[in-house]
Design a protein around this ligand. Structure first.
Ligand code: PLP
Length: 438
């Protein structure tokens, strides 16, 4: 039952509004790994919303925790006042982060958490008397949200080009190398030298001018780009050698997506900060967080006047009690159901084999995967300048599966609760869609 007259008023984000409104896809209910359309069709949610509903939809335990918190303590200012659940949640969260990342700064989204991490990096360099270390290094094809810091270090041209001069940044080369790594399973073999490019950037800018390097351990929105073996370790070594902070943006790779709580744990590389969001509340209530190494926090504390604010940064909804309650309940669900490591077991292997079975489709030029994340890349359609991903996404939805499209790449990040028969459903829908489109 619709209570609106038209779709006109809602300016939809990252959506071709005119095309969508001519052919809308309205989801009216969600449950488990499925969405249900307004005309009652069941759709497999192979994207876990936007890489965020890690424990699947409709988790009663989380909904009840949100309701209870809203009735008990709905909101109180996080500036100069505290509430128990904020401290309790922060203490609980750092049990999952590698030492020494033992401090949590809360935001409301991945984008805000990225901005917070970048500002903390600059504030740290300032506090230790190195204010000249203000440049940031990102990476081509990276996505770090949509705010000015995030699009500056981000490496997706359409997200940057309309927005004028950005921050002083430079970019590492991306690690997508179809020539050498196509159809790799897990980490790729070739391209470690792309980490060495950081040495070149440091030579050019000089380490004395660089505050931090930020990367997604696996690029998500850039097209699920899996790094070469040893790449993240190499970045860590180079950053340490040159006294530059290393930030992992784990908005997608956190909370079980790769088979561990964080990529930092999975790949055994400890950055100076981890950016988190999405799965931190099972995607139900917006929340972002930055996990910060003790030495960064302590340096900022120790170099601020006693009794004064140490970091002039924060949000009205930093550690919102309802978001913290959702996060606590999400962690309970993840723990009770073993979801933070499930992707590293049998289901991850099933996922890998199932996705790679699509290799025989003529237009497929690459398939890549790690944990419960994956992507299929198609060749640019002949005789057309438009990539195929958008059309594929729409057709696939008609065939009962929600996927993500980026250019000629389609990406998947299902709820971590997915079962083999649902993976089969996804693969069958991709095959059917390909046969109808090509
Ligand atoms: C790696 C990464 N960083 C940051 C963000 C931004 O998060 P949000 O959309 O919650 O602002 C995203 C969103 O997809 C992301 O994938």
């Amino acid at each position: 039952m619709k209570n609106y007259k038209s779709l006109d008023a809602f300016w939809m984000p990252f959506t071709p509004n005119r095309a969508f409104k001519a052919n809308p896809r309205i989801v009216s209910r969600t449950e488990g790994v499925f969405c249900y359309t307004d005309d009652g069709r069941q759709i497999l949610d192979a994207t876990a919303g936007l890489w965020c509903v890690n424990a699947g939809h409709g988790r009663k335990q989380i909904a009840e925790a949100i309701g209870k918190q809203a009735l008990e303590l709905d909101y109180t200012s996080p500036f100069n006042f505290g509430h128990d659940i904020g401290f309790e949640f922060a203490e609980r969260l750092i049990q999952y982060t590698p030492d020494p990342l033992n401090k949590v700064f809360f935001a409301n989204s991945g984008s805000e958490a990225v901005e917070s991490a970048l500002k903390i990096a600059l504030a740290y360099q300032n506090a230790r008397g190195k204010a000249n270390k203000f440049k940031l290094i990102g990476r081509e094809m990276a996505y770090h949200g949509v705010n000015f810091g995030g699009i500056s270090v981000g490496g997706l041209t359409p997200n940057r080009k309309a927005f004028g001069p950005l921050l002083p940044v430079d970019h590492l080369p991306h690690t997508l190398d179809l020539e050498n790594n196509a159809f790799s399973k897990g980490l790729t073999e070739h391209g470690l030298d792309r980490a060495d490019a950081l040495e070149e950037l440091i030579k050019f800018h000089d380490a004395s001018s660089i505050a931090a390097v930020i990367v997604e351990p696996i690029s998500g929105a850039g097209g699920v780009i899996i790094p070469p073996k040893g790449y993240l370790q190499r970045l860590r070594e180079i950053c340490t050698k040159h006294d530059i902070l290393l930030i992992f943006d784990e908005v997608i790779t956190g909370w079980g997506r790769l088979g561990a709580p964080f990529a930092a744990v999975e790949f055994d590389v400890v950055p100076d900060m981890i950016v988190s969001a999405k799965g931190i509340t099972n995607g139900i209530v917006p929340l972002g967080a930055v996990f910060v190494a003790d030495h960064i926090h302590d340096t900022i504390m120790e170099n601020s006047p006693e009794g004064g604010v140490e970091l002039y940064h924060g949000y009205t909804y930093s550690a919102s009690p309802v978001a913290c309650a959702a996060g606590m309940a999400a962690l309970d669900v993840y723990e009770e159901e073993g979801l933070l490591t499930r992707a590293s077991g049998e289901i991850g292997k099933y996922w890998e084999e199932a996705l790679h079975s699509l290799k025989d489709i003529e237009q497929v030029v690459d398939i890549r995967n790690y944990g419960l994340i994956g992507a299929v890349q198609f060749a640019q359609p002949e005789g057309s300048s438009a990539p195929i991903g958008g059309a594929f996404q729409v057709k696939c939805y008609e065939n009962g599966v929600m996927i993500r499209a980026m250019g000629n790449i389609i990406a998947f990040s299902p709820p971590l609760t997915i079962e083999p028969e649902q993976i089969d459903q996804l693969v069958a829908a991709i095959r059917k869609t390909a046969s109808e489109l090509f």
